[in-house]
Ligand binder design. Structure first.
Ligand SMILES: [Ca+2]
Ligand SMILES: [Ca+2]
Ligand SMILES: [Ca+2]
Ligand SMILES: [Ca+2]
Length: 428
C-alpha cells in the first residue's frame, strides 16, 4: 500500500504545460511503428546553459519516416518556473532522429556543452556563451557521415587528465532497406502480433570511447581502450561512475537482449569488461534481459554505488546492490534484488529521488506495441503504463518504490531540477 507518509513525501503535480513546456515530441509514427528505429524515446538534459543560476531543459526530438518533426527543444528557465523555447535563437537546428543527450564542458571554458546522439551522426554543440550553440561536430573530429544508431552517451574523464572524454553506446546497425517489415520474419513478432523487427535478428552495434585531445578534438580510442573486446551489443542506457571507489570512472551499459556491459577502468587508459563476474550482465537467474534505462546511486548507504536497470515489457526491473566494492579482488560483486516490480514496458529510465531520508525510484515507461483493445486490457502495459501527462505524448508515467508493491497509476508529476524523467537522461 502507498502509505500516508509516502503520499506526503511525494506530491507531484504536472505543470509542464503551464510552465511553457508545450512542444510535442516526435519519434516515429504515432499509430504504426514499421521499424524498431521508431520505437525508442528521446533523452533530456537539465543544465544551466546560460549561467544565470537556473537550470534549463534540453529535450531531444526525433522525426518520422516521412521526415516530420523539427529540431530538438531548448527551453530557457526564467527562474520563476516559466520556460521559453529558445532552440532557434540558440542555434539548436539539427533535425533527424535525435536520441540521447549528455551535457558536459568538454573544452573547459566554463560553459556546458551538449552531445546529442542520433540515428545517423551524432552532434556536438559547443556552448558559445552568448546564449548560442555552434555545431562543432566536424571540427571536433567526430564522425559526420554514417548510419550508426547512437543511443546513450556519457561525458566522463576516464584518464583523469582534466578533460572530459565521451562514451557513446550504439544500439543496432540498422539498414532499413535490408530490414523486413512487421510480420515478415519470425523476429518481427511479439506475443503473436506483428511488430517492428529487432533487435534480435538485426546486426548489433559497437560502442565507442572518444578521448578528448584537449584542443577541441576527439580521437576514437575504442580499440586500444578495450571497449570493443567483449563484442557487439544492443547498447542503450549508459552511466559512467566509480563502482569500486578506486578513483577511476567505470562505465556500465544497459544492453537490450544481449549481456549488459561493465567496463572496469584499469587506470592505464584501458578497460576490462567485468559484467558477468560482477553479476550485472544478466538477471538473478542468469537470463538475458532487455536492458534499457539505467541509473546509479548508493541506495543503501554502504559507500558503494548501486545500479538500477529497467528492462523491456514483462521482465522485472533490476536493482543490483554493490556489496563490497574495492574490498574484493574481483571488481565489485553486485547482487540482483528479487523484490522488484514489473517494468512498465518499453523504454524506461530511472531517476533516484532522495526525500525524507529515503531514496525512491521513479520510472517512466512507454508501450510501443500496437495492441488490440481486448489484449491491451489484459496486458501489463495497461496495468502498469498508466497514461500520464508528460511533455512527450508517448511517455506514460508510473511510480513505485523499492520495497512496496506498485499500487498507483496515473500519478502526475511536477518538474523540478534533478528529477526529470525520460529515456536516456544523461547529466555530467
Ligand atoms: Ca539558465
Ligand atoms: Ca564548454
Ligand atoms: Ca580525459
Ligand atoms: Ca573505478
Amino acid at each position: 500500500m502507498i502509505s500516508l507518509a509516502f503520499a506526503a513525501e511525494l506530491n507531484f503535480i504536472d505543470r509542464g504545460s503551464d510552465a511553457g513546456l508545450k512542444e510535442t515530441n516526435t519519434f516515429g509514427g504515432k499509430t504504426q511503428k514499421t521499424f524498431i528505429l521508431e520505437s525508442t524515446g528521446n533523452g533530456v538534459a537539465i543544465f544551466d546553459y546560460d549561467g544565470d543560476g537556473h537550470n534549463d531543459i534540453f529535450i531531444a526530438n526525433g522525426t518520422t519516416l516521412q521526415g516530420e518533426g523539427g529540431p530538438s527543444f531548448l527551453y530557457h528557465n526564467d527562474g520563476k518556473g516559466n520556460f521559453t523555447l529558445v532552440s532557434d535563437a540558440a542555434g539548436i537546428t539539427k533535425k533527424g532522429w535525435a536520441q540521447g543527450v549528455c551535457a558536459g564542458d568538454y573544452d573547459n571554458d566554463g560553459r556546458t556543452d551538449l552531445l546529442v546522439t542520433y540515428y545517423g551522426t551524432n552532434v556536438l554543440y559547443r556552448n558559445l556563451g552568448n546564449g548560442r550553440f555552434a555545431d562543432v561536430t566536424k571540427q571536433a573530429g567526430l564522425p559526420v557521415t554514417g548510419v550508426r544508431w547512437g543511443a546513450g552517451c556519457s561525458f566522463t574523464d576516464y584518464d583523469r587528465d582534466g578533460k572530459l572524454d565521451l562514451f557513446i553506446s550504439n544500439y543496432v546497425d540498422l539498414d532499413m532497406n535490408a530490414t523486413p517489415k512487421p510480420g515478415q520474419d519470425p523476429t518481427c513478432q511479439f506475443k503473436g502480433l506483428p511488430t517492428a523487427c529487432g533487435p534480435r535478428g538485426l546486426p548489433a552495434a559497437a560502442n565507442v570511447l572518444y578521448h578528448n585531445n584537449g584542443d577541441g578534438t576527439f580521437t576514437d580510442v575504442s580499440v586500444p581502450a578495450g571497449i570493443l573486446k567483449p563484442g557487439r551489443r544492443y547498447g542503450l542506457g549508459v552511466v559512467a561512475a566509480d563502482f569500486d571507489n578506486d578513483g577511476w570512472p567505470d562505465i556500465y551499459v544497459a544492453c537490450d537482449m544481449t549481456p549488459s556491459l561493465l567496463y572496469h577502468n584499469l587506470g592505464n587508459g584501458k578497460f576490462e569488461e567485468r559484467a558477468v563476474e560482477s553479476g550485472v550482465a544478466y538477471n538473478f537467474d542468469g537470463r538475458l534481459q532487455a536492458g534499457m534505462g539505467v541509473a546509479v546511486a548508493d541506495y543503501d548507504g554502504n559507500g558503494f554505488l548501486d545500479i538500477a536497470k529497467t528492462n523491456f515489457s514483462g521482465d522485472l526491473t533490476s536493482l543490483f546492490k554493490n556489496e563490497d566494492g574495492s574490498s574484493s579482488a574481483m571488481f565489485p560483486r553486485m547482487r540482483a534484488w528479487r523484490r522488484t516490480s514489473y517494468s512498465a514496458g518499453g523504454l524506461s529510465s530511472w531517476m533516484w529521488i532522495t526525500t525524507g531520508g529515503k531514496i525512491w525510484l521513479w520510472q517512466t515507461g512507454t508501450c510501443i506495441r500496437k495492441w488490440s483493445k481486448a489484449r491491451l486490457e489484459k496486458s501489463i502495459c495497461r496495468k502498469l503504463c498508466c497514461t500520464g501527462t508528460w511533455v512527450t505524448a508517448s511517455l506514460q508515467t508510473s511510480v513505485r518504490t523499492v520495497d512496496r508493491p506498485f499500487k498507483r497509476c496515473g500519478l502526475r508529476a511536477e518538474w523540478r531540477p534533478g528529477i526529470w524523467m525520460a529515456t536516456g537522461i544523461r547529466r555530467s
